[in-house]
Design a protein. Structure first.
Length: 91
């Protein structure tokens, strides 16, 4: 299934996010996964706004599968905390 990475490359979460757009009609005939790092993970950068991402995806592409993740440094040594898991669960 195609996966759209809707992180900063498409403008989502940036101050100029008014230019952000998705044409859901382009993906009517294929499974669609929408991915973003929405919670700060171990050693990670600032994530994009999770509630806004989820809300935008649900209203724009209601049949898409959301793939929500944590920002991280890529090292498995730091691990995820219970607080990080709870923050993701809230979304």
């Amino acid at each position: 299934a195609p996966c759209l990475d809707l992180l900063r490359a498409r403008g989502f979460g940036q101050e100029s996010s008014s230019s952000y757009s998705v044409n859901a009609g382009e993906f009517e005939d294929v499974p669609l996964w929408l991915n973003a790092d929405v919670v700060r993970g171990p050693g990670g950068r600032e994530p994009i706004d999770g509630p806004s991402f989820v809300s935008t995806c649900v209203s724009t592409c209601p049949h898409a599968t959301l793939s929500l993740g944590w920002t991280h440094t890529g090292t498995p040594l730091l691990g995820y905390t219970h607080a990080m898991a709870l923050e993701m669960k809230k979304l």
